[in-house]
Each structure stands twice: as C-alpha cells, then as structure tokens.
Design a binder for this molecule. Structure first.
Ligand code: ATP
Length: 250
C-alpha cells in the first residue's frame, strides 16, 4: 500500500499558501489509479513529492510500511523526452545503460516493443514516428526502469481522440500482464473511468476549512475493459459523479 500521511507542501516565498494541505490517502498496490482535479490543485506537485524532487514540510509517504524511496518509482512525463539521435531500441535501453542495477534486459525490451506494435521500428529514429508511437516508446522506456510504482503524467494529453482510445486499450493490455501500481494524472474523465480501479479527486487547498480533500471513487467495472463499456449507464454515471466533483471546485 502507498500511504500518504498528512502531507503538507508550500513553495518557498513570502505569503505562499500551501499547495498541498494535510492530505491523506491510502492507495492499494497493484491497482490502476487515476488522479484528477482542477488545474492548479497540486497533482504535479504531489507527483514531485512521490519522485522525491520536492520535500514536504510535513507528513510523509510510505510504501509497504517504509518511507517511499525514489528507487521505487518510475516517472513518465507528458513530453516523451526521447533522445532524437538514438534509435527506438537505444532509447528504451537507456535506463539500463544509465543504471547497471536495472535488471530488465534487451530481450524484455524487444518483447515489450513487439507488444507495443513497434517491432518493425526498433531501429528508427524518434522523428520518424507518430505521436502515439513516440508515447509508446516512452512508456516502454519507463517500464524498463523496473520499479513497482509507475507515475504517468498525462501521457496521452496531446494525442487526438481516436489515438487516445487506441493507447488506452494498449496500456491496459500491457498493464494486465504487469499488475504494477500505476498512478495516472489525467484531465480526461472518460479516460480515468475507462482505465482505473480508483479515481482520486484532488480538491484545491483552502476549499474546505479543515485540510484538503483527496476523495476516492472506486470504479466497479469488469476487467478486461472493453470500448463498448463507455456507453454503459454505470460508466456514464461515474463520469457524471466525477465531472460534478470537479465542477464544484471551478
Ligand atoms: N515552482 C513553483 N513555484 C511556485 N509555485 C508553483 C511552482 N510550481 C507550481 N506552483 C503552483 O502550485 C500550484 C499547484 O501546481 P501543480 O502544477 O501541482 O498543479 P496541477 O494540479 O498539476 O495543475 P495542472 O492540472 O494545470 O497541471 C499552482 O498554483 C502552481 O501555480
């Protein structure tokens, strides 16, 4: 379990109000969790605390009962940040080259690239790929870091609607085999419902008198998920509940 305990964070500077104000949540391991919330509510700040890029002024995050360490977290940013001069395969092997302790090797990389529909482009340069393909390469590279927790920061935000749907199905297909803990920041509520076991809603700090709320909605839809589930009354109801929760903060 990832246990977020009474976490408070403010950026330094005079008069800075807390971005995260005494938030707490328990995130079960091996689940797919989405994090949604109004722009500026602190989602990326929370990710930066999970990756240890920022240190909270109070509270802590534990994983399996011990303080969460950077070695347990792989982060995929919104921009793919692929090396333009390196082939797809070399980009994917980068975590292993940078850190010999990474135990995932070339054969596994090739297997994941194959599963990602990229077997024919392993020697191509990033500039020759579509946006969706580049994101898949970046995701496989994140998997190569071999961490129990994957943090995905709006990975499909810049893609068109149909490519997003394709990528969501693909992501679930890969995740079903791995069952690592995924936390995904998204602004796309339909994407959050389609992918997730739980959707966390981060309300902006200062909207309630006592602390900041990080609410959870559990998505009780069968797995494997199917595209036609998007039209189920239950699915539409989840979207409505989540949209209303965000509208409340606008
Ligand atoms: N380096 C910084 N210094 C000061 N304030 C910052 C800094 N980075 C972010 N903030 C502020 O902290 C608040 C939370 O930002 P954050 O990026 O975590 O929100 P978010 O929920 O991820 O937003 P979005 O959905 O727009 O990406 C915002 O008010 C933002 O302006």
């Amino acid at each position: 379990m990832i246990d977020i305990q009474d976490l408070t964070f403010s950026f330094k500077g005079p008069g800075q109000a807390p971005v995260l104000d005494d938030i707490h949540a328990q995130l079960p391991e091996g689940h797919f969790i989405s994090l949604i919330g109004k722009s500026g509510s602190g989602k990326s700040t929370l990710f930066k605390i999970l990756t240890q890029d920022l240190t909270p002024q109070a509270g802590q995050v534990t994983f399996q009962g011990r303080p969460l360490g950077a070695q347990e977290v792989a982060y995929m940013p919104q921009k793919d940040l692929l090396l333009p001069w390196a082939s797809v395969l070399d980009n994917v092997l980068l975590p292993q080259k940078l850190n010999p302790k990474v135990k995932v090797h070339r054969d596994q990389a090739l297997a994941w690239l194959d599963k990602a529909g990229l077997a024919k482009v392993t020697q191509a340069l990033p500039q020759d790929l579509s946006g969706g393909m580049r994101q898949r390469v970046a995701f496989v590279r994140t998997l190569m870091m071999d961490k129990p927790i994957l943090l995905l920061d709006e990975p499909f935000g810049t893609l068109d609607y149909f490519t997003q749907m394709e990528m969501q199905a693909w992501l679930l297909d890969i995740w079903q085999d791995l069952k690592t803990t995924v936390i995904l920041i998204t602004h796309n509520i339909e994407e959050a419902v389609y992918l997730s076991d739980h959707v966390m809603i981060l309300h902006p700090a200062g909207t309630t008198p006592k602390g900041q709320q990080l609410d959870r909605v559990t998505i009780d839809l069968d797995r494997p998920r199917r595209q036609d589930m998007r039209y189920l009354p239950q699915f539409v109801q989840y979207k409505k509940v989540l949209e209303e929760a965000i509208h409340h903060d606008l």
